[in-house]
Design a protein around this ligand. Structure first.
Ligand code: GUN
Ligand code: FE
Length: 451
């Protein structure tokens, strides 16, 4: 049976363009797909509302409430959730060895994993994140628990069991036995997720996840390329993230991450590259040629990347790009917060930060993005990168959405009649919304969170 949603909505079906859908009636079919959109002028508008109301299938938004497409987080380290907001003082390579690998090694303990993952996925749904692309750990069981948790809580999710078999870069306590074990457990994980009870519609999908080139042997990278070809699974990894990581790959393979991944068969239409801060024009060419996507994680860039991703360039090139929290490299679980940081970061790139320099020397002209582009990245941009029919309110798309209420208790957003127009209100939402403004979240037409 269909359900109906009536109210004001925003979406960004095209890069940089926002549509305000006034008093729109959205019909969602029993499979969670958007069946129709009607505005006030549609011939069946009022009669459809009346019927839905009689049948008890109508959700009506209140004044100050807006329906937004569900947020898409293209880069989450699920096991790092306990570390969110701390351990931000070290460079990437030291942070991994001293803080992150010891934490991730604890997911040998399945009860620990179940507890953290339940809390993480609930938190993300409460922040309006309807699709998550997750790195788990190298543990088969704990990674399976993450996939099950997403399915149980109803989040659209792409989950990867990590590959980490390079003994030179992985500590003894957190390293796979050898390449064969690494590849075998990957195949087992893919099969488990695909056949998981209740996952008939593949709400949760397995992802091939070499953590990053430094943590993997060439044998594993090669094997994963073959598995990718055989299974058509999504692929995720880190790419050219920091000076150390970018140079490590050049030293080891004599080429950049993008080219190395491509040569192993790991750059496909379904690859998401986290960060990619140091990619050259030539790297952009190969990424774009393969149709791979990039997860821009602005907050994480501040702490671990020695640089900030040039998002303006990626957008101008029409690359596939979305946003990621990079929990816990980025200390926030909110994609809205990362939207505003994507804007801030681009402004700092444009203006520069060193007042001792002349203005003409300080920044890089033409680097800024605006809130509308950030919003597109967070919704439709992420969906395009993942190649899923979601991220905007269009017939045939999945109804993944949430209610943003600017008048919610403890809201930090204020709007004024005859002063703020619709675009002002969306800008205020991107600038000031928090978890308190997310009232209800739906995935696949199913209510998965209610405040
Ligand atoms: N590179 C390899 N592993 C990680 C990780 O856990 N976080 C980040 N930000 N970069 C990485
Ligand atoms: Fe990361």
């Amino acid at each position: 049976m269909s359900q109906y949603f009536l109210g004001n909505a925003y979406h960004a079906p095209k890069q940089g363009e926002i549509e305000f859908l006034r008093k729109t009636l959205i019909e969602v079919d029993g499979q969670g797909n958007i069946q129709s959109l009607m505005d006030e002028n549609h011939a069946n508008y009022q009669s459809s509302i009346d019927t839905a109301e009689q049948e008890g299938t109508l959700t009506i938004l209140q004044a100050g409430q807006y329906l937004l497409p569900g947020l898409i987080d293209l880069h989450i380290h699920a096991p790092q959730f306990p570390q969110l907001g701390k351990a931000l003082h070290l460079p990437l390579e030291d942070w991994l060895q001293q803080c992150t690998f010891p934490l991730e090694a604890r997911y040998q303990d399945e009860a620990f994993a179940a507890n953290v993952y339940q809390k993480l996925v609930s938190t993300l749904l409460a922040n309006g994140t309807t699709t998550g692309l997750y790195f788990a750990t190298l543990h088969l069981e704990a990674s399976t628990i993450l996939a099950k948790t997403c399915l149980e809580l109803g989040q659209r999710a792409f989950v990867g069991k990590l590959n980490m078999d390079n003994k030179a870069e992985c500590p003894e306590f957190y390293c796979e036995e050898n390449a064969e074990v690494s590849l075998e457990t990957t195949i087992e994980f893919i099969n488990r997720v695909k056949t998981m009870l209740g996952n008939d519609h593949q709400l949760v999908q397995p992802v091939i996840t070499p953590r990053f080139i430094p943590s993997c042997s060439d044998q594993v990278l090669e094997g994963l390329g073959e598995i990718a070809e055989q299974t058509d699974c999504h692929i995720q990894t880190h790419c050219s993230e920091s000076d150390w990581e970018h140079n490590y790959v050049i030293d080891r393979h004599g080429k950049t991450d993008s080219h190395s991944l491509n040569d192993f068969g790991l750059l496909t239409r379904h690859t998401i590259l986290a960060h990619s801060n140091f990619i050259s024009e030539d790297d952009c060419d190969v990424i774009q040629e393969k149709g791979a996507g990039i997860a821009h994680c602005p907050l994480s860039n501040y702490y671990f990347s020695n640089a900030v991703f040039p998002l303006r360039r990626a957008l101008d090139r029409q690359m596939h790009v979305g946003l990621g929290t990079d929990i816990s490299g980025g200390p926030s679980a909110s994609i809205i917060e990362n939207c505003r940081h994507a804007v801030h970061a681009s402004r700092l790139r444009e203006e520069g930060t060193n007042p001792a320099l002349e203005q003409s020397q300080r920044g890089l002209a033409g680097s800024r993005i605006d809130f509308m582009e950030a919003f597109w990245c967070a919704t439709r941009g992420g969906a395009i990168a993942l190649d899923i029919p979601a991220g905007s309110f269009e017939v045939g798309h999945k109804f993944d959405a949430f209610i943003m209420d600017i008048n919610a208790p403890n809201s930090n957003i204020t709007a004024y009649d005859n002063y703020d127009d619709e675009m002002d209100i969306l800008q205020k939402i991107i600038s000031g919304a928090g978890r308190q403004n997310v009232m209800k979240t739906w995935v696949d037409g199913k209510l998965v969170y209610e405040q």
